[in-house]
Design a protein around this ligand. Structure first.
Ligand code: ADP
Length: 198
């Protein structure tokens, strides 16, 4: 079904995993800026070379560059009928870029899923992930940088979307299935369902 969604949450909130589940259930592509950047780094593209050191330090890639990457991705055919954004927008400048882009297509976001996870829980999950996956930006220093950016720059975007009445705050503590069920309950209340309404 048509749904234009954004999932927001601190590092270690499970937003990547939940985003994929929601995207699959609704049949819409998941656009994760982190994944796009990591794929480019891995493939050694020009974009990848530009962003490697920024990502490893846990800093934000410049807004203009990130927004151009997202516009390009959302311009592809599979995103015409809906998409789930994960990791973008991440600050107020990016919210403006996205607004402008969507307005040009006479579209708007239908819902913003905000995963709420206490800092200590985020930190312990990230430490576990660092041990398992060894992501280059899961060092203690880069994690602290990313969490700080989340609190200062990303959390405020929820106020903007909140005034538009599209934010659903979801308790992100619990099993993966419990959290997924909470997300779908909130989406259903907005008329966004995984199966066509009869
Ligand atoms: P996390 O949420 O754990 O930080 P992501 O996979 O979402 O992981 O992002 C990894 C990195 O990619 C970020 O730390 C940042 O360097 C870059 N990045 C992702 N999304 C954005 C964005 N919207 N703006 C700027 N940089 C971004």
């Amino acid at each position: 079904m048509t749904a234009r969604l954004l999932i927001v949450g601190p590092q270690g909130s499970g937003k990547g995993t939940q985003g994929v589940r929601v995207g699959e259930a609704l049949g819409i592509p998941v656009v994760s800026t982190g994944d796009v950047f990591r794929a480019n780094v891995k493939d050694g593209t020009e974009l990848g070379l530009q962003v490697t050191s920024i990502i490893d330090a846990g800093d934000l890639v410049p807004d203009e560059l990130t927004s151009a990457v997202v516009r390009d991705r959302l311009g592809q055919a599979d995103a015409a009928e809906g998409f789930l954004l994960d990791g973008y927008p991440r600050n107020l400048a990016q919210v403006l870029h996205l607004d402008e882009f969507l307005e040009g297509r006479e579209e708007s976001l239908d819902a913003v899923i905000a995963l709420v996870v206490p800092r200590e829980e985020s930190l312990s999950r990230l430490t576990a992930r660092a041990a398992e996956q060894g992501r280059a930006d899961d060092t203690e220093e880069a994690i602290a940088t990313r969490l700080g950016i989340y609190e200062r720059e990303t959390a405020p975007i929820l106020d903007v979307y909140g005034t538009r009445g599209i934010v659903d705050e979801i308790d992100g503590v619990g099993s993966l299935d419990e959290v997924t069920a909470r997300i779908f309950a909130a989406l259903e209340a907005r008329g966004i369902t995984a199966t066509p309404a009869s």
